[in-house]
Design a protein around this ligand. Structure first.
Ligand SMILES: [Zn+2]
Length: 256
């Protein structure tokens, strides 16, 4: 009952964030909100503090934002993360994004920063939330090379990596993509329940309304995801709901 990956600091929630969180508290035990840009950190921390014990903060730099963040801003952000490490449950997002980044120069930079982030996380004794869009093989290669296994694969949907997930005990987190992807359904069938967490990546993945306009997602969207996992595995919903929640509590070391 924990949404292990959303972005509550996004402006989509500016008008009614407290109302949204109050609603979430009715159904969920916690949410992990990711501030993934240097400019989002302060706001992310403020939100986690305002909802202490329910909203937990993960912080880092999304690979897609690397190009627009200067070395100075990067250093300042990581200094802040260090200072506030007791208020942060994970380093993330980190990883690679070859969908948005096409040049080899920036792809190489992403790889270097990813390795730095893994070393940083190890130093701080924190898990990492990894993004691997169109770069799953390269991401896995770096994780193996560095040998840091406290990994959440954000929006995992890489069938060919399932053997490595099993081998290294990586955690996969599964989001609303499961509702439409047959491949992902096979993946959740094959990965043991103790390696699966639920996520929504809200405000994204909110689906569309009847006019076709995209809607704001909410962490409550982990409910249909858990239902689909139960269906794929042929186990009761309650079992999935409880297990994924326990996995998240353990992975992020969330004690209430
Ligand atoms: Zn995200």
């Amino acid at each position: 009952m924990i949404d292990t990956h959303c972005h509550l600091e996004q402006k989509d929630y500016d008008k009614d964030r407290d109302v949204v969180v109050a609603e979430l508290r009715q159904k969920l035990k916690a949410v992990v909100s990711n501030a993934t840009h240097a400019k989002d950190f302060d706001k992310g921390l403020e939100i986690a503090r305002a909802h202490r014990g329910f909203v937990f903060l993960a912080a880092g730099i999304h690979p897609e934002y690397i190009e627009e963040i200067s070395e100075v801003q990067r250093a300042e952000l990581f200094e802040k993360i260090k200072t506030h490490k007791n208020e942060i449950v994970a380093i993330g997002e980190t990883g690679l994004d070859f969908y948005w980044t096409k040049t080899s120069e920036w792809r190489e930079k992403q790889k270097q920063y990813f390795k730095n982030d893994l070393a940083f996380a190890r130093n701080l004794d924190k898990p990492v939330t990894v993004h691997a869009r169109d770069a799953s093989a390269e991401t896995a290669q770096i994780l193996e090379e560095v040998g840091y296994h406290r990994v959440q694969w954000h929006l995992f949907h890489y069938k060919e990596l399932v053997p490595l997930v099993l081998k290294h005990g990586w955690m996969i987190s599964v989001g609303p993509m499961l509702l439409t992807s047959k491949t992902l359904k096979k993946i959740v069938r094959d990965v043991p329940l103790n390696q699966i967490m639920l996520e929504t990546d809200s405000p994204w993945w909110g689906g569309r309304d009847i006019t076709g306009a995209s809607q704001r997602g909410t962490p409550l969207n982990i409910v249909p995801v858990a239902e689909k996992i139960a269906e794929a595995k042929g186990v009761p919903f309650e079992e999935v709901w409880a297990a994924c929640g326990e996995n998240a509590t353990r992975f992020f070391d969330i004690h209430r």
